[in-house]
Design a protein around this ligand. Sequence first.
Ligand SMILES: O=C(O)c1ccccc1NCC(=O)[C@H](O)[C@H](O)COP(=O)(O)O
Length: 264
Amino acid sequence: MSNDVLVRILADTRTETTQRKAQASLAEMEKRARDASPVRGFEAALSRKVAAGKDALIAELKRKSPSGGDIRPGFDPAQLAQAYERAGAACLSVLTDLPYFGGTESDLHAARNATSLPVLRKDFIVDPWQLAETRAMGADCALLIVAALDDATLRELFDAARSYGLDVLVEAHDREEFERGAALGATMLGVNNRNLRTLVTDLATTEELSSLLPAGAALVAESGLKTRADLERLHKVGARRFLVGESLLRLPDLEAATRALLGV
Ligand SMILES: O=C(O)c1ccccc1NCC(=O)[C@H](O)[C@H](O)COP(=O)(O)O
């Protein structure tokens, strides 16, 4: 078995996706996507916060992770989502991968139904069928991880996501991946400070890649953000959109922790 975490996750994702596809055809999933509740503008919600001079937080719901193990006892997605909303988060991110993150579609439903916030389905997308599934489960935004995809598949998935009305967060970890994401015409480019192969986290990754951001695109700094000082450090390279999970979820008073992170 590979030591590379991302390789292992992707292999399992492909197997599970094949099994789920056997339960519902693409046509059936597309019908469910058409019948889903209307999209809430994810990218627009982030931009509204920034336009108001605030940090735009994508607040994550994650039960466990390969790097952090079990994260929060008594995890209740609806209650946690409401605490994030009260504290001023712009959007939510919900892990739906079960084997590695303990997440489910039910977590996404619970969080979205309990708030008015747009929701990112945080998962490992390798097949267009999963994008119909993403919209069918009610998500407003999909994640595409450049490291997981060749250019042709990245293009196919990006176009498919847009065709289902989803916003798309295109995530990179190094210069080459960021340039491939930018070449797609992605308007939300995420820099994951965590190397998904080794799980090492370094905020300097956002500092380094921020200079490559194309005009008109929005930068999202992801992972490893713990304190107000971390966000202020990344303000210096223009980041105002932040995806944060573990450091908030580990603190008992999630609402107070989120306010402190946002400086409000
Ligand atoms: O979190 C992990 O250990 C992980 C491992 C392998 C692939 C993805 C992983 N996490 C997904 C994420 O990108 C983060 O959950 C997200 O950016 C929030 O990060 P954090 O604030 O550090 O929880």
